[in-house]
Structure formats: C-alpha cells, structure tokens
Design a protein around this ligand. Structure first.
Ligand code: 13P
Length: 252
C-alpha cells in the first residue's frame, strides 16, 4: 500500500435519525480515540450532516455526504448543492454509488458533472464504480470499470485528481453478505490503478486511494486491507453499530 494513508469510511445510506446519530457518536468517538494513522469518514443522510459535524468537532472523524447535485442553486426540487454542504461543514462527498446508479437512474455523464463540481468547490470526492453480477459473469468486469472511470472522471483536469478517491464496489457484494474474494478484489483494484495511470499518469495513480466496498465486516477487513492495491474500505451494514465500525477502522 506504500505511502497511501488508508480511508475507513462508513456509508450509512438511509439509516439513523438525528437521535440515533448522537447515540452512535457518544460511544464511537471514544472507541477510535488515538487512531491517527488512517482517515475515518462517516456519511450520514443529509438530515444528520450538520449535527454530525458538530458532534465530531475536534475529533479525527470526517463527515461526508452520500450524494449531491452539481449546480450551486436553482429549481432542483429535492437536491442538495455543494455550497449547501460546505455551509454545513462538509467537504467530502460520495458520488456515483451503485444505489444511485441502479435505483435512482444516475448515469455516468451526470456523475461526471458531480465529480467536476466537487473539484470546482474544493470538495474531495469518492467516486464509486462496480460491475453487476451479470456483467461479471459475462466477462465484462474490466470493460465496465474502465468505462465508469473514463466517463466519471472525464471532466477533471490534472490538478483535480489529488482530491479524488475511487471505491470499487461490486454490485453483487453490496448488502448480500457475499464478499468478493481477495483475488477478485486485488485484480479489480490493480486494474483501476492501471486505468488511472493511463488517464492521469503514474504519480497520480500511485497516490490515488482505492477503497473496497461490499460486505466488509470486522471478520474480513484485515485480509482485505492487506491487499496491495486496497487503500481503504467503504462500509454499509457493518458501520451502523459503533463497536463494529470501530473494529473495522482498527482492522480488529
Ligand atoms: P454493505 O457493506 O452493506 O455491503 O454496503 C456496501 C456499500 O454499498 C457501501 O457504500
């Protein structure tokens, strides 16, 4: 993994009320005290962002949004803008999550505009990519990953790459309890790094962090994090309980 600082990120999806978030942080912050050789990220729903930012002031936990729109303001009912997120204290956003793509119909060109907008607003972004089971079984994994990367990052200029991370999340491993094998994960991550190298050069490819997501748990995180091209994890279900996510953060 070299010099890349790991990112251990929780994606809470549509879970937790503001009250639940308070309860989580009351124990979680103590459990991860003293952990400073990795970044800890938590992405609550929009409604919890301001409180989560307040509750984590002075801690090492960074709060992220799960999505955003690319425009700053306007007639876009139901959407949240980068400037709104920044006003709540959020400067990191997850973009292109498979649930956004598959349930809400986001396509690569929309996601590319969001990725560019994050960069334009000085926000870091985690771009999610990953193949479906049908695509994997049809031998299309690398084709899907390269197309999602090329299209999703298409609007960036070279200086923007420093604030981008990639999350490889095979759709068939999300919320299914079915983790990709270490070999499948390393193969995909190596391929992603190679694709980034072709796009943006070796220096960018060596510094960019590639997270794995899909049924990460305390029991499998250590093996996953030991893989050469894995620089972090993006965790859904197993991030909801403070003890469980703290064990993942510490690879215990
Ligand atoms: P699970 O950890 O619940 O499989 O979810 C993964 C995910 O989608 C994180 O973004």
């Amino acid at each position: 993994m070299g010099q890349r600082k790991p990112i251990m990120a929780a994606n809470w999806k549509m879970h937790k009320t503001i009250q639940d978030i308070k309860v989580f942080f009351e124990s979680f912050l103590q459990l991860v005290e003293g952990v400073d050789d990795r970044e800890i990220v938590i992405a609550p729903s929009f409604i919890g962002l301001s409180d989560a930012c307040r509750m984590t002031v002075g801690s090492k936990v960074q709060i992220a949004a799960q999505n955003m729109y690319f425009q700053e303001q306007g007639a876009y009912t139901g959407e949240i803008s980068p400037t709104m997120l920044k006003s709540a204290g959020v400067d990191l956003v997850i973009l292109g999550h498979s649930e956004r793509r598959h349930i809400f119909g986001e396509d690569d060109s929309l996601i590319a505009r969001k990725v560019r907008s994050a960069a334009d607003h000085g926000m870091a972004a985690i771009l999610c990519i990953g193949e479906t089971l049908e695509e994997r079984e049809a031998g299309l994994t690398e084709q899907v990953l390269s197309s999602q990367l090329l299209l999703g990052l298409a609007l960036l200029e070279s200086g923007h790459f420093a604030s981008i991370s990639i999350a490889y999340e095979p759709v068939w491993a999300i919320g299914t309890g079915r983790t990709a094998s270490p070999e499948q994960i390393q193969d995909a991550h190596g391929f992603v790094r190679g694709t980034v190298e072709n796009m943006a050069g070796e220096a960018v490819a060596q510094q960019i962090r590639i997270l794995y997501g899909g049924s990460v748990k305390p029991g499998n995180v250590r093996e996953i994090m030991s893989l050469e091209d894995v620089d972090g994890a993006l965790v859904g279900g197993a991030s909801l309980e403070p003890e469980s996510f703290a064990r993942i953060v510490k690879y215990e």
